[in-house]
Structures are given as C-alpha cells and as structure tokens.
Design a protein. Sequence first.
Length: 407
Amino acid sequence: MSKTYKIIYYILLTAILAWLLPWLYNLATLKRERTPFALYSEIIGDFAMINVNQNEKDLRYTDRKGNFYTEMQFDSILPMFYYRQLVTDNRLPDTVQGVPITAPKIRRENFIFRSRPADINVHNPKLYPLLESRSKRVDLTMPDDVFRLTKNGIEFIDMESNRVNREKSALFQFVFRQKKVAFPIQTIAGNPTNRKEYDEGYLFTDNEGKLFHLKRMQGRPFLRPIPIDAEIDIAQIWVTEFSNRKYFGFLTDVNNNFYALTAPDYKLIKVEIPPFNPKKENMTIFGNMFTWTVVQTDKTDEILTAIDAKTFTAIDSMAFSSPEKDKTGLASYLFPLQLSFTSTKDKFFYPRLKEFSYRALALNLVLLVVYIVLFRKTKFTATKLIKALAIAVLGVFAFIPALLMRG
C-alpha cells in the first residue's frame, strides 16, 4: 500500500471512530428522562402534574403544594382537558369561574399548538397551493395550481401542464401592486392541506417588513395589509386555523418575542412568555377558553407558563431542569470532539462537529506517550510525526488507527 493510500485510510478510520465511539458511548450511557406532564388548573389555581415512578407503571397525581389526588379527582381539577371523561361520568360542572360551559363549547375552544425545530429548519420548495376559503362545499378541495413568489411578483402555475396561468397571475399581481407589496417576500406561512375545517390562506411579510394576509375568496384575491408596530421585525409565522377562529396565527420576531394575531380584528398582541427561538426550542401550547399552558423545551430545561387566554399575560410559571443533561459527563474527558451526521433540530444529513473539549487533552497526552513508547525503536518518519500530532489533538480517534496500522 502506497503512502498516499495509507494516509487516506488513516484519515477515514479516524473520522469513522470520531463518529462511532461517541455514538456507542452515548447509547451505552443513555438514561430515559421524563419530566412530569403538567397543565395549569383553573380550579385549584396551580399546576397539576402526573408523575411516573421509577418502575414506570404507577402514576401519581399531584400539584406543586404536594397535594395528592386520585385519578377521578385529577379529572375534576382539569375539566377543560378531561371533559370527555367527565361527560362520560356525568361529572362535568355547569360553570367554571362563573362561566357556563358545555362539552361542545369546550371542544370548540380547546386547541393544541406544536412547533419543533425540525419543522422549521427545512428546505421549502416555495410552491404554495391557494385553497378556496369560501367554498360552497363542506369539504375543502385542493386546487389544480400552485403559486410562487418571484423577485417581482406572484405567478400561478398549472400543475398538469406546468405552465404559468398568466390571466390568474395578472389578477393577483394587480392586487399586490394595489396594496403596495414590496418584493421579494421575506417570510410566508400557511397550512396547504384540505384536512382542516376552514382555510385562512397565508400570512407573509414583504421586503419592507410589512405584514399581509392572502386568501382566495370565491375565486378572487383577498389581500389585507395588517398594521403592526414598525419596530417589530417578524421572523417566523404559523397560521393556526383552530376551531375557535379566535386567531389568524402566531408569530415571533427577531428578538424571540412571541405574538398572537387575533381574529377578526387583526391585532398583534405579545404573549407574556420567556423568549422563544423556534429554530432551537420546542413549544407546545394546550389552550382552552380560560388559560393556555405554554411548554417551552430546550437542551436542559422545560419551562411552563400559564397564560390568561383573554389578556395574554402570565398567570404563573414553573420549570423542570435536568441535571443529567446539564452536567459535563465523562465523554468530555474521553473525546476531544464528537462527529455526528443528524440532529433533532433539523432533518438534514451532513457532518457536524461538537465544540472541542479541552478536558480530553490530558488523555490525549497519555495516549501520545504510549504511542511514542510502543514505537520508539522503529524508524522515525514524517508519517509518524503526523500521527503523533494527530493523537495529541484527536486523542483516541487517532490512536487506535495508529496501532492498527503499526505506527
């Protein structure tokens, strides 16, 4: 084997070990960590939690004050979440906080919103179907065309012929000019599916940061400018389309503030939660007519905030921290770096290096001394020098291939 092939082989082995060894270590030391399932209770004015014990069979129903509940009692303190069970048991209260409630009203007002980094950090084909929002039929129907947003305007493309529908494009382009939309479009969001109760089209921001609402109504374009504070720079948009029809969507700005765009008045209201970065954090909102329980999760913490559903102000908050996630761990002393190809933050496949760990330098030096001692009697070459330097920097990843290749 020539020197060139030996070097290539050595580099490949080092790279494979930089991926495989940390992966095997993480697999062997993986601990299943669970945080309690918690929701804010309008009945007790506190967070109610379901804890799983160590054998993962018995459930404990508690609140933060240390009170314990039976399963039936727990259903009763979360009537908006467990209303189906309460209806079955004929235990659904007539009022909550003085407000009359019924099962259909609860079902209409309840919603669950989820956002994951893997859903945000994706490549978008930038072709958008625009459904008819005022269809005469009960079920929504997917259109035969899609639109795309170019540097200068909007174009509709027939999916069967793959040709631009110039007449329809001109119709929408006229409205875009009329509403003074500045191209190119910066951010756009919608739910392009007919598996929903109704369609609200798309929310988007133009090149000047102005916010717009686009729909198709009886074949005609509906485009409405939405007045927002000039200081708000929208970064991410979600169109919600909940059954209660109280919100057009949720939004975040570049400062990670979270907003609700209310319907039908188009008011953009800041929700009083900690900063939320959708590209790095998970969010789940359990909403009802009284409160939202907002759950934000990052690498180390899970933060819960109870929000008043009318004012969007914080009522209470709590957090769960994971000491196992936060601690340094033995891996930082074994491996100077870790190579991976996938991440929970996106769905892309490419090499990723974690931050270099200086704690592993001590082991690297020990392995370097072992390498020098083992091959001290062999002839000194430039290849040996390169391997020694590689061991000093990459440690065990470079040490094992050096042994396998005998110096």
